[in-house]
Each structure stands twice: as C-alpha cells, then as structure tokens.
Write a protein that binds this ligand. Structure first.
Ligand SMILES: [Zn+2]
Length: 333
C-alpha cells in the first residue's frame, strides 16, 4: 500500500512555498476608504459604534486625507452630514453642499486621489429615506409614507451632476430606486460629464449590518424602513436581475452590499457579469470585529486580513472598508 500518494502538505511546508502557490493576494490598490464629512469647524469626533472612524469638518479633514494618501490607498468614498435637512434633501445637490465642498478640497490637495461620491438623499432628508416621500398621518399621529420612485430620480441625477461638477471622479448611487442608473447617466451626459463613471450599488440588501452607519451618517429613517426599495436578504436570483438592469442602464461597476453575509452573491455576480465588482464591507461588519478585538477575543489584524482576502476570493475586485488604513499598514509590514 503506497498511501498517501498525494501529499498536500508538500506545498505548505514553508512561508516561501505557501507564498508561491497563494491564489488570492490582497493589494492596497484594491481598497477604498470611506470618509464622513460634517459641518462646523474643529470637528474630529469618533463615532461611538465605530472605533477609529471619525466625523471630520472641512478644516480638520486634511489630516485624514494626508494619511490615506501617504498610505497609497487609491480612493475615498465620501459621505456627508449636512447642517440642515429638509423633505427633499436639497443640501445633497447644493453647489456648496458638504460633499461638494469636501470633494473640491480633496482634489485640490491630491489631484491623483480618486474621490467617489455617494449619491443618495437619506443623509440630507429630514425623514431619512433615500428619496422623496409621500406621507400620511393617521388620526393617532402615526406617520406612514411611500418613497416616490420617479420623482426621486430627478433629484438623484441633480445630486450626481453637482458632485461631478465639484470634481468627483466616480459617482456611486446607493439609493436603490428603479431606473436610477439610467437617470443619473442621462443627467451626467446632458451636463457634459459623459466621462464620469458610475459605480452602482446594484445589489443592496435591507440589512441590519448598516446599524452603526446610520449613527455615523445620521440617516436612520424617521418612519418605516427601507424594505420597499432595498433587497430582501433571502434573495439571490433577484440580485442577478438587479445587476442586469444596471448593466443595461449603463453602470460601469457593480457592487454587492453588505459583503460578509453575502459572499455567495459576490461570487454569482462575478460569474454572471464582466464589469468590475465592488464589495462593501459595511459598518456592522467593522464594529463586530472592533468590539471583539477590544474584548481581547480575536486577533484583529489576522481577522481583518482574512476577511478581506475572503471577499477577494469570492470575486470582488475592490473592497470598500473602514479597515482600509489599518489593512494597508499591516500588508506593508
Ligand atoms: Zn440612502
């Protein structure tokens, strides 16, 4: 008996040989760092549920951007917390809006750093929904409402145009209205921004993993939830239909959000479509790792690199992650 004929352990015998046969390599160039910008001056406030992630006002932002640029992270994703909110999210598409101002500053400091503008209304509306709402107040004071799809599209296109005008390199619409890619593409083209790509949040689930983000972006819905526009976590075939629609409407990149509980979705979208694919390693995924690391229950560095590598192995070309700065430091060690 000549067992074992096959010895898998031959290729695991040393760090050198393991490196030679490694199939998936995480690269700093794969990572995108989100940034939260807010109004006021002198603000650098840590978000309590996201240790290590801060709100920055425009006058404190440079320190953060300097660090990101010096680490060689190629891109940032901007979220804005405005001073005033209203029913139609008008500060989302104001030329002097917080995201527009931050974009101009970052591009003036680092012309090569890619600025991705998140295009949605929920951070800018007083009701916290991603589009315009039609509300109804019952006799007992209970407010209900519907998000109006087509009426919201014009505002989203207007937001994207104002972001492109401020210098955003990529428009990333996250609102999940039907037809949003086409509406934004048309708006950008008509305004002369036909060269600006769209990174579509194509497959975005109605997920409890967004909880810490809603504190960070102050964007929790004031009534109802987002289940009429974000996807049911149980659905996979529907993810293919969502992505297919975005491809037909002219999306340049696709996204799956969240990432960790949806790696099967990442793999299916990777296999079905040939556009670059982004996975969003969301706030709740980040906060769980941070909490466990603070309790001393896990090795944060190894867990983070393993998780991000898993997302790449599942098929993501790029990963939006709050761990980006740490991950790049660890990759360079
Ligand atoms: Zn939104």
């Amino acid at each position: 008996m000549s067992f074992p004929i096959v010895r898998h352990r031959r290729l695991r015998g040393s760090a050198g040989i393991r490196g030679m046969v490694r199939e998936t390599v995480l690269n700093p160039l794969d990572l995108i760092q989100p940034i939260f910008v807010t109004f006021g001056t002198g603000v650098k406030n840590e978000i309590s549920s996201m240790p290590g992630v801060f709100h920055f006002s425009l006058d404190t932002l440079k320190e953060e951007v300097d660090e990101i640029a010096s680490l060689g992270i190629p891109a940032v994703l901007l979220f804005g917390v405005p001073e005033t909110k209203d029913a139609v999210g008008s500060s989302a598409y104001a030329d002097e809006g917080i995201v527009q101002e931050a974009t101009r500053l970052i591009k003036s400091w680092y012309p090569e750093l890619i600025v991705i503008a998140d295009t949605c209304l929920c951070e800018f509306t007083d009701h916290g929904h991603c589009g315009m709402v039609h509300t109804h107040t019952a006799a007992d004071g209970t407010v209900t409402g519907d998000v109006m799809n087509d009426a919201s599209l014009a505002l989203l296109a207007r937001t994207a145009v104002s972001q492109a005008k401020a210098g955003a390199d990529i428009i990333a619409p996250s609102n999940m209205m039907d037809g949003f890619v086409q509406a934004i593409r048309s708006g950008l083209d008509e305004a002369g921004y036909e060269h600006v790509p769209i990174m579509s949040y194509s497959v975005k689930y109605a997920s409890a993993y967004y909880g810490p983000f809603r504190e960070a972006a102050d964007s929790a819905p004031q009534f109802g939830d987002r289940k009429t526009y974000q996807m049911d976590p149980a659905n996979l075939r529907e993810a293919i239909r969502e992505a297919e629609t975005d491809v037909l409407e002219g999306a340049d990149m696709l996204m799956v959000k969240p990432a960790l509980a949806y790696l099967d979705v990442v793999r299916v979208i990777r296999d079905q479509f040939d556009l670059p694919l982004v996975a969003y390693n969301v706030s709740g995924e980040y906060s769980m790792v941070k909490a466990a690391a603070q309790a001393g229950w896990i090795n944060e560095k190894v867990i983070v690199l393993e998780t991000l590598t898993g997302m790449k192995r599942a098929g993501a070309d790029m990963i939006i992650t709050y761990h980006a700065k740490d991950a790049v430091r660890w990759l360079r060690e």
